[in-house]
Design a protein around this ligand. Structure first.
Ligand SMILES: Cc1cc2nc3c(=O)[nH]c(=O)nc-3n(C[C@H](O)[C@H](O)[C@H](O)COP(=O)(O)O)c2cc1C
Length: 180
């Protein structure tokens, strides 16, 4: 299965990337997918100026990103919550593409350092993805107090509980991937 994990935080010292690493490990250990992380910090795209389809000379990295999204059968977005919303880095790449997002099953994982697990991001991100025609799956994976619950390599502090939650989250994504 072709699942891509978008790690949305580009912040120095970011913590939500730990959860992206966790999903990569989880998917490979459970032989669900050899999932690749699309790390927006690595891509380091400039601030949006125009959609890819209207760019006169798109950078190869932008074309490669579009190809990755197009080819993905399903996507997990791991996003931090910044002031009640999702980061500019994520909006930057959503707006870049259009057809590539169409009917793409996407599962949203929100992350915060605090108690509320980034849950305020859900409605705004879902709305944007709905507007662009993606298929956000009805499952949540909110992560609270990320610094305590995942280490730098993505190992959860409570593997049993975390894997149980991941199973139902991923099952929902895979269900909608199979329907496509
Ligand atoms: C600009 C900014 C705004 C933030 N706003 C919130 C917030 O509204 N709610 C929250 O729970 N955490 C907030 N945080 C803390 C993040 O939850 C924390 O940085 C967490 O580790 C996830 O982001 P990261 O992957 O960039 O580390 C904010 C952090 C930054 C840098």
């Amino acid at each position: 299965m072709n699942i891509k994990i978008i790690s949305a935080s580009i912040r120095l010292g970011r913590k939500s990337h730990r959860v992206a690493l966790y999903f990569k490990n989880y998917l490979s250990e459970n032989k669900i997918a050899d999932a690749e992380i699309i790390d927006l910090a690595e891509l380091n795209f400039p601030i949006f100026e125009e959609r890819l389809r209207l760019m006169p000379n798109p950078e190869p990295a932008v074309l490669a990103f579009a190809e990755q999204i197009k080819a993905a059968e399903g996507i997990i977005i791991v996003t931090p919550e910044y002031n009640g919303g999702y980061p500019a880095s994520l909006k930057n790449v959503i707006d870049l593409l259009y057809a590539e997002w169409k009917r793409k099953p996407i599962a949203i994982c929100t992350v915060s350092e605090g108690m509320f697990a980034g849950s305020q991001v859900i409605t705004s991100l879902q709305f944007t993805l709905w507007k662009i025609g993606a298929l956000t799956v009805p499952a949540m994976f909110p992560v609270a107090t990320v610094e305590k619950t995942f280490d730098e390599k993505g190992q959860p502090s409570d593997p049993e509980l975390t894997n149980k939650r991941a199973t139902s989250f991923i099952n929902e994504l895979v269900y909608w991937m199979d329907k496509r």
